[in-house]
Write a protein that binds this ligand. Structure first.
Ligand code: ADP
Length: 150
């Protein structure tokens, strides 16, 4: 059976840390679907359509990586896509506390779904979407933190 994983997140924006998790995830899974969770009532900082384009272009040549958006429970999306794994990244204990709770809930909602966590590579441990948004807001260059030109 093909091992399909969803890498869910806000990706506002998608960072080099996220990319690292996806590329390392390819050693474990046959296919990775990057799922941008989007609640239409919540405003994003980076435009959603543009982010899909940027992420897709940064993985050009990888036919086993795709990018989608969704506005439903991740556990339901996984069922719909036939994905049995959720890929997530862990930077620190704060991430762990949060991830622990959502993994328990997701398992409850969809018993076929296993959450798999990769510990961040040290060079990306301090990279976060919120810090990058802050840097961008004040007009500074974020190209060292993201895998595309923006
Ligand atoms: P969410 O809003 O669901 O937390 P994010 O887009 O912030 O979504 O992150 C998606 C996933 O990527 C989460 O599992 C998060 O812990 C992980 N992640 C975020 N930044 C990094 C990083 N620098 N290195 C490794 N994993 C990361």
């Amino acid at each position: 059976m093909k091992k399909i994983a969803i890498f869910p997140g806000s990706f506002d924006p998608f960072t080099n840390g996220h990319r690292n998790i996806v590329l390392r995830g390819l050693r474990l899974f046959d296919q990775i679907i990057i799922g941008i969770g989007h609640n239409s009532k919540k405003k994003r900082y980076f435009d959603l359509e543009e982010m899909i384009e940027l992420i897709s272009s940064s993985f050009k040549g990888y036919d086993n990586i795709s990018v989608i958006t969704y506005d439903e429970l991740t556990a339901d999306l996984a069922k719909k896509l036939g994905a049995n794994y959720l890929l997530r990244g862990l930077r620190n204990t704060t991430d762990f506390e949060y991830e622990n709770s959502i993994a328990q809930v997701n398992k409850h909602l969809n018993n076929d779904l296993e959450s798999v966590f990769l510990i961040t590579s040290p060079e990306f441990a301090s990279v976060s979407s919120s810090i990058i948004r802050e840097i961008h807001r004040y007009g500074a260059d974020i190209s060292g933190f993201v895998p595309y030109k923006i």
